[in-house]
Ligand binder design. Sequence first.
Ligand code: G6P
Length: 372
Amino acid sequence: AAAEKGGFSSFMDKEIHDQPAAVRDTLLGRLDERGRLSLDELHIDEAVLRSVDKIVVIACGTAAYAGQVARYAIEHWCRIPTEVELAHEFRYRDPIVNEKTLVVALSQSGETMDTLMAIRHAREQGAKVVAICNTNGSSIPRESDASLYTHAGPEIAVASTKAFLAQITAAYLLGLYLAQLRGNMYADEIVDVVDELQKMPEKIQEVIDAEEQVKKLGTDMVDSSSVLFLGRHVGFPVALEGALKLKEIAYIHAEGFAAGELKHGPIALIEEGQPVFVVVPSPRGRDSLHSKVVSNIQEIRARGAITIVIAEEGDESVSDYANHVITVPQAPTLLQPLLATVPLQVFACALAGAKGYDVDQPRNLAKSVTVE
Ligand code: G6P
């Protein structure tokens, strides 16, 4: 087993380090030299894809947060109304799906029973289903109309890491492909995004190369009893995923919030010494998201929070209000989750390790839940 871990102390640690390759391999062979998307494996009639009037992303756990990230990109690029729903909720609310609905099922294992039942139901209503999956020939791809595999390689640790980044990447490829097919984006706009996507493996590597600071934070914070995570726009699902990692492997109470929701409730939780991670959007983004999140940091800091801020390199605006700044390379807003998630994984892994827990086999959890 030690050899399989490639010299890392756990599979989770190794899989965090596999992420540049997971994203690179998921992009591989799906882009031509001109930056156009070619998804040969998407065996669904182009006329059907052009007629899609709603996308429903279904998944559980970490995959559902990948779906939440993807929704921002797909709606922005394709202008198709997109919903994301937990598979077990979707199935039991009599959802409105028909021949014009495209269901995207995200699953690392391809064996999650809740997700499988949801796609069966969707297909019975006439919807087309695309599976985004990491496991060749597993049940969910077999029961879907088409599959887009993530090429993250086998994921062993129960807490998902590299599959998450690969799912976001594959879902983005699907979104860009639909935008290309339906003429929602100019060819050069697509090329621009593709170029940026191709730079991501290198940038993820930079985040990993700087992991010592985050690991130290994790071990220093070993006695935390509660950690909060804030994010906005695509940073919101990143915050949710950061909280989930900590719950799953460190058994610490952790919650993710939309930063804008703070004043509507969660700010009441802030007291002296409360650690809060904040995912800060790019200051180069088009709207005022960045300054709004910076104000949130000021508000919680003024109430005694210990702020751990994930911000873009060169963003000086946060330093006055942050107890700790973790920088990530510059990237377009929609691609930032591929970077900002990584320190949160490293943090959870280090903290759980410092507690002496088996990070690969957390209590009460299974890698793949094959019962409803
Ligand atoms: C389980 C695992 C999670 C995973 C979820 C969905 O709950 O513990 O880590 O995110 O299932 O799994 P899937 O294989 O469908 O992505």
